[in-house]
Design a protein around this ligand. Structure first.
Ligand SMILES: NC(=O)c1ccc[n+]([C@@H]2O[C@H](COP(=O)([O-])OP(=O)(O)OC[C@H]3O[C@@H](n4cnc5c(N)ncnc54)[C@H](OP(=O)(O)O)[C@@H]3O)[C@@H](O)[C@H]2O)c1
Length: 200
């Protein structure tokens, strides 16, 4: 398969990319590194990325940002960061990316445990994750050409433990192998419209 991984040089993305590289052609996209440049917060940039990649068999997005801050500190503008990047960025990847997928291709998005089990400072990030879960279930009913759309929702992963441990007291870090396997299920399985949760 030709697999495009947006965020494929990130903490989770680099493990997912290493796995798929064993048996597939992997193209990495990101703002500052990778084979092709993209900012998913800009739909023109998404279109330009796909023009460069040409047709592919699987799109995986492991990128997107939202602002973390106390509820009383988050401004309206702060919410728009998550809405534009992580939410509409991933919606636009599906909207535009479907046109560059071969028949029976797949699109895998990324959210996280905050959608179901938020912690403090995440009213924006949790909201965006929940929106993507609903989007994936709905778009799977309509998308054509045999395309499947799923979302991987992970808990705090092992490789990000030092960065996030204070936000997630008592959470068990997700082994990277389990995180990678969630993406494998989405890409190589037959599931469609599924929220693939890995929280333990
Ligand atoms: N780490 C965790 O424990 C965890 C758990 C559950 C869910 N998640 C979610 O999974 C995703 C990846 O997490 P991570 O920890 O691997 O993050 P990370 O280490 O910061 O990596 C993110 C990658 O995405 C790229 N990226 C970020 N914004 C982008 C944009 N607007 N357009 C294109 N590429 C962009 C980054 O490269 P550039 O900066 O070069 O663009 C980077 O390669 C995030 O959405 C995160 O919320 C993470």
């Amino acid at each position: 398969m030709r697999i495009l991984i947006i965020g494929g040089n990130g903490t989770i993305g680099n493990k997912v990319a290493a796995h798929f590289r064993e048996n597939n052609e992997v193209i990495i996209a990101g703002r500052t590194s990778g084979d092709v440049a993209v900012d998913i917060g800009n739909s023109n940039s998404i279109e330009a990325m796909f023009e460069k990649t040409g047709t592919i068999d699987a799109i995986i997005c492991i990128a997107g940002e939202a602002k973390w801050a106390d509820f009383n500190e988050l401004t309206e503008e702060d919410y728009y960061i998550g809405l534009k990047s992580k939410l509409m960025g991933q919606v636009n990847l599906v909207r535009i990316g479907q046109n560059y997928l071969n028949v029976n291709g797949s699109i895998t998005l990324s959210t996280g445990i905050l959608a179901d089990d938020p912690v403090i400072k995440t009213s924006s990030a949790a909201m965006v994750n929940g929106g993507i879960h609903s989007f994936v279930q709905a778009v799977a009913l309509e998308i054509e050409n045999g395309t499947r759309v799923n979302v991987v929702s992970l808990g705090m992963v092992e490789d990000a433990y030092e960065k996030y441990k204070d936000y997630f007291p008592g959470h068990n870090p997700i082994p990277m192998k389990k995180a990678v396997n969630a993406y494998v299920r989405s890409v190589q399985g037959k599931t469609n419209g599924e929220i693939i949760r890995v929280y333990e």
